[in-house]
Design a protein around this ligand. Sequence first.
Ligand code: DAH
Length: 346
Amino acid sequence: MDMNELTAKLSAIKDEVIADIKDLASSRGVYEYKKGIMDPKTGKIGTLMREMGKIPNELKAEYGKAVNEIKNWASERFDELDAKLKEAEMRAKYDSEKIDVTLPAKKQAKGNLHPNTQVRNQIVDIFGSMGFEIYEGTEIETDHYNFTALNTPADHPARDMQDTFYLSPEFLLRTQTSAGQIHVMENKKPPIKIISPGKVFRSDDDATHSPMFTQMEGLVVDKGITLCDLNGMLDEFVTKIFGAGTRTRLRPSYFPFTEPSVEVDVSCFECGGKGCRLCKGTGWIEVLGAGVVNKKVLEGCGIDSDVYSGFAFGIGIERIAMLKYGINNIKLLFESDLRVLSQIDD
Ligand code: DAH
């Protein structure tokens, strides 16, 4: 091929490249086109480079220069176009991924703990801060731990206070977390300072009673423990759970496992004691049962009642939740109705 022929050929290739690249619409397309035209076997520019070897020596310099020139020229065109297309591709990507930060966010429903769990945690925190340990008993108990060891033998009239689900003559669903007191005292020597939260079961069903509910037992045994210690601890407890200024009142009561036994009232936290619907006009609300641990119970667990004494108490968790959150039917605490539950986030 002489130089004139080559010049004409190169000029045609240029025109062709200029026409072809007009149609390229993507960076990938540019890459493929470049690969094609530079291919040493099939490409229009690639083959010219490869044929350099066959060119007579005297023409080689001129031929080489011309071919190199078109190769560089084409490469520059491809790079230019590639940069332009890449930028457009990026812009299109950004545009398609654009987030409108001015749109109002979708409201996320926030979950909260069940009111029973909230109250339970609050009570555990309060007693935890006073140094009480947690003992978790079992829901299935023996008649012995639930009743007999708590000074309530088989024919004791106090058994009528709690309508019991028996699984067999020996086993039952515990009616009170008090059963845990015996396990603790059998396994640990004083000083003892525990709380025991858990489910209890009774065949009982109305607006304020449910066949399954939650109690929190408390037990303190040490040298020189008296009813005054119970009273002081209760004062601390009620101000923390119901608010500052809440007072306690102890009324004589009866439980087989405590002597003396008391029913504990708190001054009404709704009206401050003046009398309202919540306290039924009395200014006081009953919240728990308690007492000094009966010597018979201590002795039955191998604790010398001449050396040690103790107090115990039992709190109904649902009762506290109902009082605190103004719930008038205990069923609302077991029905999982979000319209009720979502209102209580303490
Ligand atoms: N176990 C009693 C009940 O379920 C509550 C109770 C009363 C527990 C007095 C006690 C206590 O520890 O001393 O009705």
